[in-house]
Design a protein around this ligand. Structure first.
Ligand code: LRH
Length: 475
């Protein structure tokens, strides 16, 4: 195997990073060279305040990170971008028309109502195979259409495609992330033109679809000069979850995964979409994976429940030390259980108050202290993970013998142990940076550094990343 370095730009809902991946001797070493916060901003929009991403600030940090990465490595074989799904920027004549909306903005409810007046959720599922969840791009686009914003634009770019465009000047839509829009035909993996027409969304708003691992182009000349070299840009699984699923240290086929960050994406990898009525009713989704695989999964609220609770406490003047809080929560004999996927928990705001209400409604003891809340969150996430893994296995017919928990949540031993207990299966925790790992491996493969199937890429992960195993405890 040849050796060399690539740079992964990995944007998450709470932070972004530029990560160098050094590939050599069938192993990868990751190093975060630049980490930056991602702080959404609310601002007034005529009649209401709306929640937006501060994407220019992200882009500024990316450029600083790329320059630092090149200076450190001397040579970079490639750059590629991944981010959270569903959100997009509208452009006209190549210029961004405004800060992209955040999927937690309340407009999604309006867009969902308007969309379902035109086409039923069942009919949507029959085309896209996607679960009904308000954040999906098609609902956001419906709101843009009704507000007249869509008519002003001539192109919609998902966040990683927008960054790639700013790096190279080329407009593409990478397929794994395009699958989170709700506008891709799950069978042909092309834009669903009939659906677009029924939703009054112009077909030419959406660029040419490309696979993960496609060379997009070189850095724009001014940018190459600023960063210090001309570097090729590739696509990867630009939906962060698609990259995370590549970046699992999985051996064989009998695994399920929880990609656990702000969201927890829980499911299995399949060769083909699973398009059953039972799956639709359970709100399972068929998202596009790298190398044509399907990610058959469910979105669970994830660490958002914890981070938004901490934000609420800190806002009220409390000092929170997460490590100490988790230790305190782990020492409690147990905790309340609530539905971690209650839609009322989606929006920003006072999370502990909403969790208290959910617990009370479920007839559970209402948490009083931060440690009790954190325990209840972790208990309830573990319940939701176990239910989703068992449902994914039953609905897809896949045998699951081990569950990989990757991403930030893999560092939370309480959560991993509770999940193993609830699942009755071993949990392998790690890597923390599974998304960056998957991003690095797919672009490195595109440049000919490693070669081979997803299995061989995952063998590289297994050889490279530290993991921790949790056995289910029997009581
Ligand atoms: C996770 C994720 C998830 C959802 C949400 C918007 O970061 O990409 O898969 O799509 O963010």
């Amino acid at each position: 195997m040849r050796s060399g370095s690539v740079a992964a730009i990995d944007l998450g809902a709470t932070s972004g990073r530029v990560v160098v991946g050094r590939v050599a001797d069938a192993a990868v070493r990751l190093q975060i060279v630049q980490r930056f916060e991602n702080n959404p901003v609310r601002h007034w929009e005529g009649t209401t305040e709306a929640l937006h991403w501060n994407l220019l600030e992200q882009y500024r940090s990316i450029r600083i990170g790329l320059r630092a990465a090149l200076r450190q490595e001397g040579e970079l074989h490639s750059i590629a971008v991944d981010s959270w799904g569903v959100d997009y920027g509208l452009l006209r004549d190549g210029a961004l028309l405004g800060n992209p909306y955040h999927y937690r903005d309340e407009r999604t409810a309006r867009g969902m109502r308007a969309t379902h007046e035109l086409i039923s959720p069942e009919a949507l599922y029959a085309v896209s195979g996607l679960q009904v969840i308000p954040i999906n791009s098609l609902y956001q686009l419906a709101d843009d259409r009704l507000a007249g914003r869509l008519a002003a634009g001539d192109c919609a770019l998902l966040i990683p495609d927008l960054i790639t465009y700013w790096l190279t000047g080329r407009l593409v839509a990478e397929r794994t992330n395009a699958s989170t829009t709700g506008l891709l035909d799950v069978r042909t993996r092309e834009w669903a033109t009939d659906l677009l027409e029924r939703l009054s969304l112009p077909r030419d708003l959406f660029p040419e679809l490309v696979e993960a691992g496609t060379p997009v182009g070189a850095l724009l000349p001014g940018l190459a000069e600023e960063i210090g070299a001309q570097i090729p840009v590739h696509t990867v699984g630009s939906h962060d979850t698609a990259s995370a699923v590549v970046g699992l240290p999985a051996v064989g086929d009998d695994f399920a995964y929880v990609s656990c960050g702000t969201w927890a994406l829980v499911g299995v990898e399949t060769e083909h979409p699973v398009l059953t009525d039972a799956g639709r009713r359970e709100n399972f989704t068929n998202e596009g994976g790298v190398d044509g695989r399907t990610r058959y999964l469910k979105n669970i609220m994830g660490l958002w429940l914890q981070s938004e609770s901490i934000r609420t406490w800190e806002h009220a003047g409390r000092q929170i030390d997460l490590t100490a809080l988790l230790a305190e929560a782990a020492a409690l004999p147990g905790g309340a259980h609530f539905d971690a996927n209650d839609p009322r928990l989606l929006a920003p705001g006072d999370m502990p108050a909403r969790i208290a209400q959910c617990c009370a409604e479920a007839g559970q003891p209402v948490p009083q202290t931060p440690a009790q809340f954190v325990r209840a969150i972790n208990e309830s996430l573990a319940d939701a993970f176990a239910a989703a893994v068992h449902a994914a296995a039953a609905l897809s017919g896949k045998e699951v013998r081990v569950v990989h928990i990757a991403g930030g949540g893999s560092q939370n031993a309480l959560l991993c142990q509770l999940a193993a207990d609830r699942l009755g299966l071993p949990v392998i925790a790690g890597p923390v940076e599974a998304t960056a790992m998957g991003n690095v491996l797919v672009q490195a493969r595109a440049t000919g550094l490693p070669s081979g199937s997803l299995d061989s890429l995952r063998a590289i992960v297994a050889a490279s990343a530290p993991t921790r195993r949790f056995e289910p405890r029997t009581h």
